[in-house]
Design a protein around this ligand. Sequence first.
Ligand code: ADP
Ligand code: ADP
Ligand code: ZN
Length: 216
Amino acid sequence: MNLVLLGPPGSGKGTQAKRLSERLGIPHISTGDILREAVREGTALGKEAKRFMDEGKLVPDEVVIGIVKERLRGEDCEKGAIFDGFPRTVAQAEALDRIMEELGRRVDRVIDIEVSEEEVLRRLTGRRTCKNCGAMYHVVFNPPKEPGVCDRCGGELYQRDDDREETIRERLRVYREQTEPLIDYYRSKGILYSVKGEGKIEDIEGEILRAIGVEG
Ligand code: ADP
Ligand code: ADP
Ligand code: ZN
């Protein structure tokens, strides 16, 4: 099963992708996580990507397409993967179709997670991420047992540089302009499923599982 999670920043793609990855036993591919890792390590890729990320702009298509192409060569992706935050432009979606075809695979389902802009703002301003394992929390909606400490691994929680109100607004603008057209792209292929992204995390996961034909 190759599954794409689509939706604005803060719609819960990462939160759901992590749960689905564990449940379905297939890897979670987050281009955002891969890019942030490169920024932390200070690689050439990280240095190039940082300027765009700090401004809430998209990293150039050829850069992220290269990352995904490389990642999909991993043996762990043979049975499928969950894409979170990729594709984000029509050019990326077309490239993904080509890459998958070369590998004899295809994108099976696309889940569009629908969340209002007010909710996105509430969520992203309170988002905290584990430095160690990447688990996501929210200071009000999904708090860790102990403030600032990851429940899963005890790692330190931090706030992302781009989760500031001004950058969030720019990311939402970029989403509407460049990523939203993918909804029609995938609808016309007959593989798009829309899910309401507001409500309990477990209930939304159940909806996604139903959409992909797995019992919750
Ligand atoms: P969120 O989960 O809040 O939507 P991500 O972690 O997916 O954010 O992405 C953070 C930033 O990384 C984006 O604002 C963008 O600069 C860059 N990025 C991540 N994925 C892509 C992509 N597929 N194409 C271009 N840029 C990307
Ligand atoms: P994305 O990857 O789409 O940017 P995240 O999964 O990082 O989104 O979620 C953004 C924030 O919203 C995080 O702080 C997360 O804990 C919180 N969150 C995720 N799902 C829900 C939900 N159903 N209700 C309330 N908060 C949520
Ligand atoms: Zn952790």
